[in-house]
Structures are given as structure tokens and as C-alpha cells.
Design a protein around this ligand. Structure first.
Ligand SMILES: [Zn+2]
Length: 688
């Protein structure tokens, strides 16, 4: 389910940079504060270029020169060098500009594509099951070969050339121009986004390092379920069940709605989660198989005898703090988006933090959610527990025996290559013709992963996208299959939007919410692709799907709001220690819960929204999921009576324009929770 952030944004990828020489970065910092091109010099340069050109170019000249000035440092040359560079390199003629654009695109694809491939290969020992992770694997996995690329492009002045000729537009400007721009103008605008900040290499290296460390911490955070007991020392989980936080734990919790002793198992898992959030979990049970553990009483046992243990305390929050420090250290080098919060929302998602907050708060406070909760309570025949935010009873598959599904998927997919070979068939089932299905399938390779799985796209034509999936020694179980189909959705999107796009600069989708929407569209068809679901959707399955979509959005919107508030808190308390951060996260989680979830669930004071691993490894990424849920639902409703493959391809070929423009082009309206809530109102009449 986890989507690696750096597979999406070409430029962020390239910015994950390494520099061994810390002195060099502090030197750069000094230069930046000492040296500034004054407004009068900028004005003078603009005038000189204007004299040589028509008034038509006024806007580009002003924007370009100002942008070059904001990036220019002392080591780039003196004032005369700056002025001459701008005069000599400004391109007024549109044919010449297009020639320059084509050449730049070609070069960027070569650079981004190959660096992406090198990173992917270096990280293989961390991502794939290639034996014990060694010092070398960790060091080389955290190392970024593209370390000096950006600085090199400033040094050879290519970055300035781009900044001068391809203006950077703000989110507001892009929104205003969205309907007017041609495809080429959109591509020019994306070119203009490339050089809007100049962060010292040392800081970029630090970012890569802390994120890789956080990732490794979570990837190795497994719970041996057979060791979990209740107060009577009774075990409930099968041998060899080893679950990763939080994906594995959550999915097991979900799958127990219809199992024997289901509620008791869910309560045990919920308590494991609380121990992780509160960090009073014994370190003796993290990724270790030596002790029996009663997570409710928080006692551990060796050979039936209670023994003492050490609490983890706050390693989880230490990682979050390192991530915050590394990312906020870059603020002063980002004049356009001077906080990570703005960079995550306004710059990366291209939807402002305020817009996201309003969208989510309105949705989770809507009366339909309370009606839905009442229905769940009725179906469960008990009062709701906090973990019922993961209620799974609206899925068609809960009517089907999961063991039977495990048998089917294990038989079908004993190893990764069996899944890889089946991709073309899956695509044909989804409506692609045989040739196109083979064309796409040939560009996706399937690897056995250490973690829960992810999709890593190519960034140049000629390269493969990678689907990482966890396959046990008995073959792929249904849970892994379900995730693999989700990841396949990512890979197909990555492949079409790279290989079939008109301009390389427009490769991809507006933001990761759209990638997730594509992945969820695939995931929702997993049973159908196994031949286990009727091809004619009836009214009831559609109603169930609407309720399921709404409840998932409700769950994860709270987690995303928490993420947002935690980051705000860190910005307000930049000197907090890990213990203070832990307390803040728990308090904020309870605040969000009591404000929006208590009125729906009827239970107070649960910190459960703080369990997500993304909050530690993928800062402020989570909002993409619920936004994705809404987008997915809007697209799904739209695709309902159309050819899936054809329309899926059509909407993808819009490429990386702004989110709202993409949605208008795709389904005819902007992103909204209303489609989901309307469907819920209708569904609540059908499902009782
Ligand atoms: Zn995903």
C-alpha cells in the first residue's frame, strides 16, 4: 500500500542528494546570506532586455530575470556577469524557445531516468529480501548518486537558463491559466517549476539519510503474533504470523470481523497499537520471537514466568523529530514555499493546506457519517470500539471465505514470476487489447519485497517499473495479492503516463492522490480479476462500495488532519525533545478524536489515529490517501458505464497539470466529497 514518495515527483527525486563535505554546505549558506542582487539591478537588467524585444515578451522577461536573481549566488559571478547572462540568454523567438525546450527535455529524461535507476538498484538490498542488511547496504541505500546534480546545473548555468526562459508560475497563476494553456504551454510551465529553490547539498543529503533511517526502523518493526496472549495466557494467532506495523496489524484486525474469537483478537491487536503509540511496548517483543506478551496488561513471559522488560520509550518520535529537523532546515532556501507544510500542500499536492483541511473537516463532520456509524453498530450488534474505524464489513469479499481465497492466490502465484506473467492477462480482463496489454506488461517487473510492498516507477522511456510484493514460502496469500493489485495500478499509471505522454515534462499525474486513486481503482477489482465476483454489478454491491469508500475516507482523513496538526505543533515548538513530541502527538490525536470521532463512535480519548507508519516515514504524505478516495470515487462513478481501459488511458494522458484542472478534464467537475456523500445517502436506503 505504501507508495514511495520519490517515485512520483521527478524533481524531488533528484533533490535527494548527498554531500560528504559538511563544510561545503555551511559555506554555501554564508554566501547566500551575504550576497543579494538588488532590486535596482534587477530593474536595470529587465530594461536592457526589453529594449531588444517587443512588448509581447514583457511578462516573461520580468519573471525570468527576477527568478534568476533570487537563485544567483556570489560564486555564480558578479553583477555584470548576472546582467550579461540574462541579456545573452533570453530567448524571445518562439521557434528558438521550442528548440531549447526539446533539448532540455531530452537531457532531463536522460539524467532523471538514469539516476532513478541507480537509486533503485542501490536500495535493492534494503527493499528486497536479499539476506541480512549489512553496514554496506545501509550506507549505500542511504547514498544518493545524484548528490551534486542540482548544484552542478547551477554551476554550469543551465538552471539559470531554464529559470530565465521558462517562468515559474504560482499555484494561483496556474489555476487562472488552466483553461487557456495549450499542452505545450503547460509543459513550459512544468519546466518553470524545476528551479525555484537552491538547497545546499548537505541538507538534501541529511533529508535522504533521516528518511531512509525512518524507513528501515519501520520496515524492521514486526510483531510475532503467535506470542500474543490474553490474561489467561491463551494464544489466538497462528504460528509464523509476523506482522509489520501498522499495515500488517491493521489488515489482520480488519480480517477478524467474521473470524472465531474475532473481537478478542481485535482487542489484542488494538492494544498492541496503543503500546506502539505510547511507546511503552517492550523492546523485547519488537521484531523478536523470544517472549510471550500480554499487550493488554503489558507483561512479558519467558517459559510461563513473568519477566521484566525495557520500554521502547520514544524511538518512534525521535525519528519524526529528525525528519522535522532535516526538512525545516531547508525553509530559508525556499523563498516561494518557506515551510515544509507549504511545500507538502501548496507545492507538491498543489492544493493548499487550508483547502485540504476544509475538505476533510466538512466531510468527517457530515451527518451521513453518523448515520453510517449507526448502521455499522447495528451490523456488529455491539457498541462501536475505536478500532472500528477499520470496519471491513462493506466489502463484497467478506462474504467469501478468506482461506479459500488464500488457496486460490497461492496456487496461482507461487512466486513473483507467476504474478509477472499474469499481468498481461489482468490488463486484458480490464479491457485493454492484447497488444496494448503486452506493451504495458512488458514494462513492469515484479520483485519479492521485504516490506508490505510498493511500486517504483521508471523515469525514462526504455526502463522498467517495479512492483514489489511480499510472497511467503507457501506462495502469495490473498492479502498480499490484494496489495499487489493495488501496486499494479500504480505501475500501470506510471507506465502509461511516461511512455505515452506527449511531453516528458508532463509525465505523471497532478499529485500522489491521483496515483493512489488509480491504484485503488485496480484494487477494487481484485476479486473480479480472480473470477470471484459477478461481472454485473448489482445495486447492492454498488451501495456497499459507496459505504466502504466513505468509511475509509472518514478513517484516514482524521489521520491526515492529525499529521497536519503535528507538523504545525513541531513548527511552533522547534526545540521540543522526543518525549515532549510523544506527549504532543498523543494529545493531538486524542483532540482530533474527541472533536470529530467521539461524536460518531461514542468512545472518548482514543489516540489510535497516531498509529500510521506513514506519519514517521513519509512526512505529510497521508492527505493524499483520503483525497485519493474522493477522487477515486468520482472517477469510478464516471467510469461506471464506460470502457475502463479506454477512459483510464484518456484521463491519464492529461498528465501533470493541476489537480482541479485534471479532475475537470477527467470527470467534468472539481474534487469534492459530495459525490461520495450523495452515494452514501442513497446506499443507506438500500443497505439496512
Ligand atoms: Zn498506493
Amino acid at each position: 500500500m505504501k507508495k514511495l514518495v520519490y517515485t512520483i515527483l521527478i524533481f524531488t527525486t533528484i533533490m535527494a542528494i548527498s554531500c560528504k563535505n559538511q563544510n561545503k554546505s555551511s559555506q554555501t549558506e554564508e554566501n547566500l546570506t551575504e550576497f543579494k542582487i538588488l532590486d535596482e539591478n534587477i530593474e536595470e537588467t529587465i530594461q536592457k532586455i526589453k529594449e531588444k524585444n517587443t512588448d509581447k515578451e514583457r511578462f516573461r522577461i520580468e519573471k525570468g530575470v527576477k527568478q534568476v536573481a533570487s537563485l544567483w549566488q556570489q560564486k555564480d559571478g558578479d553583477l555584470t556577469d548576472f546582467t550579461n547572462f540574462c541579456i545573452d540568454n533570453f530567448i524571445a523567438d518562439s521557434t528558438d524557445l521550442k528548440i531549447a525546450f526539446d533539448k532540455l527535455e531530452r537531457n532531463f529524461e536522460i539524467l532523471f531516468g538514469h539516476y532513478n535507476k541507480i537509486s533503485l538498484k542501490l536500495m535493492e538490498p534494503l527493499h528486497l529480501d536479499m539476506g541480512e542488511i549489512s553496514f554496506i547496504d545501509n550506507v549505500m541505500g542511504a547514498y544518493s548518486p545524484q548528490a551534486h546534480l542540482i548544484e552542478d546545473l547551477f554551476e554550469n548555468k543551465l538552471a539559470f537558463f531554464v529559470a530565465l526562459n521558462f517562468p515559474a508560475y504560482s499555484l494561483t497563476e496556474k489555476t487562472e491559466n488552466a483553461e487557456k494553456w495549450s499542452r505545450l504551454e503547460w509543459a513550459y510551465a512544468r519546466m518553470g517549476d524545476l528551479f525555484i529553490s537552491r538547497v545546499p547539498a548537505g541538507l538534501l543529503q541529511k533529508e535522504a539519510e533521516v528518511l531512509t533511517n525512518a524507513d528501515t526502523y519501520i520496515a524492521d518493526y514486526n510483531i510475532y503474533m503467535e506470542n500474543l496472549v490474553n490474561s489467561e495466557q491463551k494464544t489466538f494467532f497462528p504460528k509464523d504470523m509476523k506482522l509489520i506495523t501498522h499495515w500488517g496489524l491493521r489488515d489482520e484486525l480488519k480480517s477478524n470481523y467474521q473470524a472465531n474469537n474475532g473481537l478478542e483478537k481485535q482487542i489484542i491487536i488494538y492494544n498492541v497499537m496503543l503500546r506502539i503509540i505510547n511507546q511503552d511496548i517492550p523492546i523485547e517483543v519488537i521484531n523478536k520471537n523470544d517472549f510471550t506478551w500480554d499487550p493488554i496488561a503489558n507483561k512479558i513471559y519467558k517459559d510461563g514466568k513473568e519477566t521484566s522488560f525495557t520500554k521502547e520509550n520514544y524511538t518512534r518520535y525521535e525519528h519524526l523529530l529528525y525528519v522535522f529537523k532535516a526538512l525545516s532546515a531547508m525553509d530559508k532556501y525556499n523563498p516561494v514555499y518557506p515551510s515544509y507544510i507549504e511545500r507538502a500542500y501548496d507545492q507538491e499536492m498543489e492544493i493548499s493546506r487550508k483547502e485540504i483541511e476544509e475538505l476533510f473537516v466538512n466531510f468527517i463532520s457530515s451527518p451521513e457519517i453518523k448515520d453510517l456509524a449507526k448502521l455499522i453498530e447495528k451490523r456488529l450488534n455491539r457498541s462501536l470500539e475505536p478500532f472500528d474505524i477499520w470496519y471491513d464489513g462493506f466489502k463484497a469479499r467478506t462474504n467469501i471465505n478468506e482461506e479459500e481465497l488464500d488457496q486460490i492466490t497461492r496456487r496461482k502465484y507461487p512466486n513473483t514470476s507467476a504474478f509477472e506473467k499474469d499481468i498481461a492477462r489482468i490488463l486484458v480482463d480490464l479491457g485493454w487489447n492484447r497488444d496494448k496489454a503486452n506493451y504495458i506488461a512488458n514494462k513492469i517487473s515484479v520483485d519479492a519485497s521485504r516490506g508490505a510492498g510498493h511500486a517504483w516507477g521508471a523515469q525514462m522511456k526504455g526502463d522498467q517499473a517495479h512492483l514489489r510484493t511480499r510472497i511467503g514460502n507457501k506462495g502469495m496469500d490473498y492479502k498480499a495479492y490484494n496489495i499487489a493489485i493495488h501496486e499494479l495500478g500504480h505501475n500501470v499509471e506510471q507506465t502509461i503516463s511516461l511512455y505515452d505522454m506527449d511531453y516528458y515534462m508532463l509525465t505523471g499525474v497532478p499529485n500522489t492522490a491521483f496515483t493512489e486513486a488509480c491504484a485503488f481503482l485496480f484494487q477494487s477489482k481484485d476479486l473480479k480479476l480472480l473470477g470471484k465476483e459477478s461481472h454485473n454489478k448489482n445495486q447492492e454491491t454498488e451501495a456497499l462500495a459507496a459505504l466502504d469508500n466513505c468509511w475509509s475516507a472518514f478513517e484516514i482523513m482524521g489521520v491526515s488532519l492529525l499529521d497536519m496538526y503535528v507538523w504545525q505543533w513541531m513548527y511552533e515548538n522547534p526545540d521540543a525533545n522526543p518525549q515532549e513530541l510523544k506527549e504532543a502527538v498523543v494529545n493531538l490525536a486524542i483532540d482530533v478524536w474527541n472533536k470529530y470521532y467521539y461524536p460518531v463512535m461514542g468512545v472518548k480519548d482514543s489516540p489510535i489515529l497516531a498509529i500510521y507508519s506513514h506519519s514517521i516515514t513519509s512526512p505529510l504524505y497521508l492527505a493524499n490517501y483520503p483525497a485519493g478516495h474522493l477522487i477515486e470515487f468520482q472517477i469510478e462513478q464516471y467510469l461506471n458505464d464506460k470502457n475502463f481501459a479506454e477512459e483510464f488511458t484518456r484521463v491519464l494522458l492529461q498528465g501533470k497539470i493541476t489537480p482541479q484542472a485534471w479532475m475537470k478534464g477527467a470527470v467534468g467537475s472539481e474534487i469534492s466529497g459530495q459525490t461520495t456523500l450523495e452515494a452514501v445517502r442513497k446506499a443507506l436506503v438500500i443497505i439496512k
